[in-house]
Design a protein around this ligand. Structure first.
Ligand SMILES: [Zn+2]
Ligand SMILES: [Zn+2]
Length: 343
């Protein structure tokens, strides 16, 4: 099968073609696994963390990609949850142990044996993928292959972030960074919390303009003072300034939720500007978002189907995956990027 694979870590400031188009053996489903013929796969910022070594793959070559939509092509000997031809999605959670205290309490995202799609097992930048039937999701009929792909990470982890931020309708919410995830969160907030005002902080003018087009109440720079103090902020950036500035922009008792698998080091100096009284005192909270549970994905797909949540999507061919990744690296972002594989 055709796949775009990563054969070693690299620095994307020097190398623009990290993935190679390769021919890999088609996977064979064992036990309760299913083989899926991939239609689309979303491109996520986490792929940059994998390529550059901040969240390295567990083996090479690795097929990246964890927002996979396709049709069941073949069933393993004991697989019985899906039928051949069913449309399914696969998300960042590829498997977890199922036995530890985290797994048993619905916090499988924190399992020490958490395995990630496209990092610890081959992902969706390919024609086929295999996965346990317990870690695949039926896709609602009213969501298209292309629109569903970004819902599986950007959307579902955005949903988890929003649940952790836990705003009440009418409270002021900040989004710092405005990529694939934040733009879906904005659409979700407009539906779920109609009286909540959303304040978007983004580096680029294009991202700010895009946020206002999608209904944000205000858009400014990452370094700007918020026009009002905020009840909660979701940070989706790889940088540190948004953390420090976000804490400053919070109201007393406010909450900053960091939805990023890794932070980069370039602007870490900003942390030296952290002052207890200005940034942390008055019961301000910080919480990171780690991974995702099956429940997050299932609940979010259901909501997306009910409200017909349609993300803004740019499509790329599988062979153009490097191009999509470099655009993400250069922060040329307008909504979500998706590879179309079954053309
Ligand atoms: Zn992702
Ligand atoms: Zn576990």
């Amino acid at each position: 099968m055709k796949a775009m694979a990563l054969s070693s870590l690299c620095n994307l400031n020097q190398e623009n073609n990290p993935l190679n188009l390769t021919d890999l053996p088609e996977p064979i489903p064992d036990n309760n696994e299913i083989l899926v013929r991939i239609a689309t796969c979303g491109v996520c910022h986490t792929e940059l963390d994998e390529i550059e070594g901040r969240a390295p793959p567990s083996f090479f070559p690795m097929v990246l990609g964890h927002q996979v939509v396709g049709k069941v092509e073949q069933l393993g000997p004991s697989a019985n949850r899906f039928n051949i031809g069913d449309r399914v999605g696969i998300a960042w959670i590829y498997t977890s142990c199922g036995k530890c205290a985290f797994c048993l309490s619905g916090k499988e995202n924190l399992c020490p044996d958490f395995k990630a799609t496209g990092r610890d097992a081959h992902g969706g930048y390919a024609e086929f993928i295999k996965v346990s039937q317990d870690f695949a999701y039926k896709i609602p009929d009213n969501l298209s292959d292309v629109q569903t792909a970004p819902l599986l990470c950007a959307g579902a982890i955005g949903y988890r972030s929003l649940m952790l931020a836990n705003p009440e309708n009418g409270q002021a919410l900040g989004l710092t960074g405005f990529g694939a995830s934040a733009h879906i969160v904005l659409k979700l907030v407009k539906f779920r919390y109609p009286d909540t005002k959303v304040y978007v902080f983004a580096r680029g003018m294009e991202e700010r303009k895009f946020a206002l087009e999608l209904g944000a109440d205000w858009a400014g720079g990452t370094e700007d003072d918020s026009p009002v103090k905020l009840d909660c902020i979701i940070d989706t950036t790889p940088a540190w300034l948004p953390v420090v500035k976000g804490l400053e922009n919070l109201k007393a008792g406010g909450r900053l939720v960091i939805n990023a698998i890794r932070k980069e080091g370039a602007d870490k100096d900003h942390l030296m500007g952290l002052e207890y009284e200005k940034h942390l005192w008055m019961e301000k909270e910080i919480k990171s978002v780690a991974n995702i549970t099956r429940r997050d994905v299932t609940e979010f797909l259901q909501i997306a189907s009910e409200i017909t949540l349609v993300p803004e999507v740019q499509e790329f061919a599988l062979a153009d995956a490097n191009y999509a990744l470099m655009e993400l690296k250069q922060r040329k972002i307008r909504g979500a990027k998706v590879l179309r594989i079954d053309d």
